[in-house]
Ligand binder design. Structure first.
Ligand SMILES: NC(=O)C1=CN([C@@H]2O[C@H](COP(=O)(O)OP(=O)(O)OC[C@H]3O[C@@H](n4cnc5c(N)ncnc54)[C@H](O)[C@@H]3O)[C@@H](O)[C@H]2O)C=CC1
Ligand SMILES: O=C(O)[C@@H]1CCC=N1
Length: 269
C-alpha cells in the first residue's frame, strides 16, 4: 500500500521538501500539506497539485507527518495534533533545537519520532539532511525517513546529541556561504568591476571550489596551497583574513548557532 506523507507547516523548508519529493517521483495524490493562511494553502495547491487540509485531517490521513513549523510554534501545533496521531504513525521533525522527547511526551505513547536537520539546497537536490532516531524509532522508520530525504541530497545519521552541532554546520551552513558571496561581490565592486560580473566571478569560483572539495578527495589545506603562489596575490589576501580573525569569527559564529539551537529546545526560545 502506498504511504501518504503530510507536510505540516509548509513554509520555506516545508515547500523545499515538498518540491523535492515531487521531483523524486512522489505522486501529489500521496502528499498532503497544511498551512496557516488559506492563501498559502491555495498557492501550494496550485503550484504542486497537492491537497491542503487541516492539521487534524493530515494527522488522521497520513502515515508520515513531517513537522516543519518554527520551533516556537511547535508546542501549539502539537496541542492541535495530539488527539489525532495514532501510535502507528511516523513523525519527522525538521525543527531546529527541539529534541525528539518533546514530541514523544506530547503525542501518543510509544510513537516513532525522527529528528531531521535538512538545509535549503534540497531545492536543487544538493541538500544535507542529518537524521537521528527518537527512542521508539526503528531501523524501518529511519529507512522511511531516508527514502524521503535521500532523493534531495545527502543524508547522515548521527546520535541526537550531535543535532545542535549539525544545525550550526549544515542547517545554517548555506547562509554563511551566501554571506561570503555577498561580501566578496562588494569587494569586486570596490575593485571596479560591475556588480553582475563580480557576482558571476565569485559564484563560479564557489561552485568550482565546492566541486573540487567534494570530488578531489584532497584536504582543503592542500587545495588552498595549490592556489597560493609564493609571494603571490592569494597569500596577501590570506594574511588579511588572518589579521581580521576570520577563522576565529567563524568558530565563534558556529558556536553561537549551536547555542541558539540548544536554547530553542523548549519550543518557546
Ligand atoms: N529555513 C531553513 O533553512 C531551515 C529550517 N529548518 C526548520 O524548519 C522549520 C521551518 O523553518 P522555515 O521554513 O524557515 O520557516 P517558515 O516560517 O518559512 O515556515 C514555517 C511555516 O509553518 C507555518 N505554521 C506555523 N504554525 C502552523 C500551524 N499550527 N499549522 C499550520 N502551519 C503552521 C507558518 O505559517 C509557516 O508557513 C523550523 O523549525 C526551522 O528550524 C530546518 C532546516 C533548515
Ligand atoms: O535559522 C534557523 O533557525 C533555521 C534552522 C537551520 C537553518 N535555518
Amino acid at each position: 500500500m502506498t504511504q501518504k506523507v503530510a507536510v505540516l507547516g509548509t513554509g520555506k523548508i516545508g515547500e523545499a521538501l515538498l518540491s523535492g519529493m515531487i521531483r523524486a517521483g512522489w505522486s501529489p495524490d500521496d502528499l498532503l500539506v497544511t498551512a496557516r493562511r488559506p492563501e498559502r494553502a491555495e498557492e501550494l495547491r496550485a503550484r504542486y497539485g497537492v491537497e491542503a487540509v487541516s492539521n487534524a485531517e493530515a494527522a488522521k490521513a497520513a502515515d508520515t507527518l513531517i513537522l516543519a513549523a518554527k520551533p516556537q510554534d511547535m508546542g501549539a501545533l502539537l496541542d492541535e495534533l495530539a488527539p489525532h496521531v495514532a501510535a502507528d504513525r511516523l513523525v519527522i521533525s525538521a525543527a531546529a533545537g527541539i529534541p525528539t522527547a518533546f514530541f514523544e511526551e506530547r503525542l501518543t505513547e510509544g510513537l516513532a519520532v525522527v529528528r531531521v536537520m535538512p538545509n535549503t539546497p534540497v531545492l536543487v537536490d544538493e541538500g544535507m539532511s542529518v537524521i537521528s532516531a527518537g527512542s521508539h524509532a526503528t531501523e524501518a522508520h529511519l529507512v522511511r525517513t531516508e527514502d524521503i530525504f535521500k532523493p534531495v541530497g545527502k543524508t547522515l545519521r548521527v546520535p541526537e546529541k550531535h543535532q545542535d552541532a549539525a544545525t550550526a554546520l549544515s542547517g545554517s551552513g548555506p547562509a554563511y556561504f551566501y554571506y561570503l558571496v555577498e561580501a566578496m561581490t562588494d569587494a569586486g565592486i570596490l575593485l571596479g568591476l560591475p556588480r553582475a560580473q563580480a557576482h558571476d566571478l565569485i559564484v563560479q569560483s564557489a561552485i568550482g571550489a565546492a566541486v573540487m572539495l567534494r570530488d578531489s578527495g584532497e584536504h582543503p589545506v592542500k587545495l588552498r596551497e595549490a592556489v597560493t603562489s609564493p609571494a603571490g596575490t592569494t597569500i596577501s589576501a590570506i594574511r588579511e583574513l588572518e589579521n581580521h580573525g576570520v577563522r576565529a569569527a567563524l568558530i565563534a559564529a558556529l558556536e553561537a548557532a549551536r547555542d541558539r539551537s540548544r536554547e530553542l529546545a523548549s519550543g518557546n526560545g
